[in-house]
Design a protein around this ligand. Structure first.
Ligand code: FMN
Length: 293
């Protein structure tokens, strides 16, 4: 039984949030009770077991003095399993655990991604909605087992990305078809639709214990040429995919971004009420709740 490998070894080390999220005492209790099942549930040596703890979200807003957070946990055996990191989003409102858990690490485990899992993430992308159901997305995929193809994509990356991304077991280039199959006219929603397919792929990947890091930093012309991308497709992003690895093994200069907090704009910067520029009224109420009034 693969999970048994972990049982009884070493000291259990809990990593949650960015090394100190906002877990309440009840959270610890839940985690400890989950650990009791640990030996049975760890899927494989080398994987971190992800435990999901959903805070009570019945109120729908953040509790006074606290911030709502979906809190996935990594339970690892220090020194035995790689200390892959979780950086769950500090959400103001409860969201699905998978959305909160997804983030873009740069450390990948040297472990191939099972073909079945690859099919499952592309299946998720396949079911994305798209304008006129044109499905204008495409993915050129190379696994580390196919060395030449993998290197061909790695060669397209800018140096700063290549340094860490070429260690990912799977590399991809996403492409968008810029003309409509139905009439050959420009498809002005192509990038929008590719983005949706990508987002669903990432949610599915997260559910399978995978992590991905998208990159705009690659040479589009080189990709077009070496990967035979037709003129009516645009190479959009490079993607590194795999299992989470040990962030400690990354070069020092990447540690800050790897361990740093995840930042997001506030609603006031991207959600408006009625017309552009008018904040949503509920935001001020949430702010007051957060401030403990
Ligand atoms: C289209 C796109 C291009 C990106 N380009 C790069 C890149 O070239 N290099 C990099 O290190 N990260 C890149 N990122 C990752 C973003 O920096 C990251 O998604 C963002 O900081 C939010 O962090 P999170 O994904 O961990 O929530 C890119 C992300 C997207 C969606």
């Amino acid at each position: 039984m693969p999970g048994m490998v972990a049982r009884g070894l070493g000291v259990l080390w809990l990593s949650y949030g960015v090394m100190g999220g906002n877990m309440q005492p009840e959270g610890y209790a839940q985690v400890l009770s989950t650990i009791i099942d640990f030996g049975m549930s760890l899927p494989e040596a080398g994987d971190s077991a992800r435990f999901r703890h959903s805070p009570d979200s019945s109120a729908g807003v953040a509790p006074p003095g606290g911030v709502l957070s979906s809190t996935p946990f990594s339970v690892v055996l220090r020194g035995i399993l790689p200390a892959s990191m979780d950086k769950p989003a500090n959400t103001r409102y409860p969201i699905h655990d998978l959305i909160a858990a997804r983030w873009s690490p740069r450390a990948f485990a040297q472990k191939p991604v099972e073909t079945g899992k690859l099919y499952r993430i592309f299946e998720a992308a396949r079911w994305a909605p798209s304008s006129f159901n044109e499905q204008p997305w495409g993915f050129i995929v190379a696994t580390q087992q196919d060395e030449d193809a993998h290197r061909a994509i790695a060669d397209c990356l800018v140096e700063g990305n290549r340094a860490w991304a070429e260690l990912a077991p799977v590399l991809m280039i996403s492409i968008a078809k810029l003309t409509l199959d139905r009439n050959g006219k420009p498809n002005r929603h192509a990038y929008h639709d590719l983005g949706q397919a990508m987002a669903l792929m990432l949610v599915q990947a997260t559910d399978l214990g995978l992590v991905a890091h998208q990159m705009g930093g690659f040479d589009q012309d080189k990709a077009r040429q070496t990967l035979n991308i037709p003129d009516d497709y645009d190479p959009v992003a490079a993607i590194a995919l795999g299992y989470p690895g040990d962030a400690e093994k990354l070069p020092r200069e990447l540690h800050e971004s790897e361990y740093g907090p995840r930042q997001r704009k506030g609603f006031e910067e991207f959600v408006w009420s009625g017309v552009f520029g008018t904040p949503m009224p509920f935001e001020s109420r949430v702010k007051r709740a957060l401030e403990g009034e």
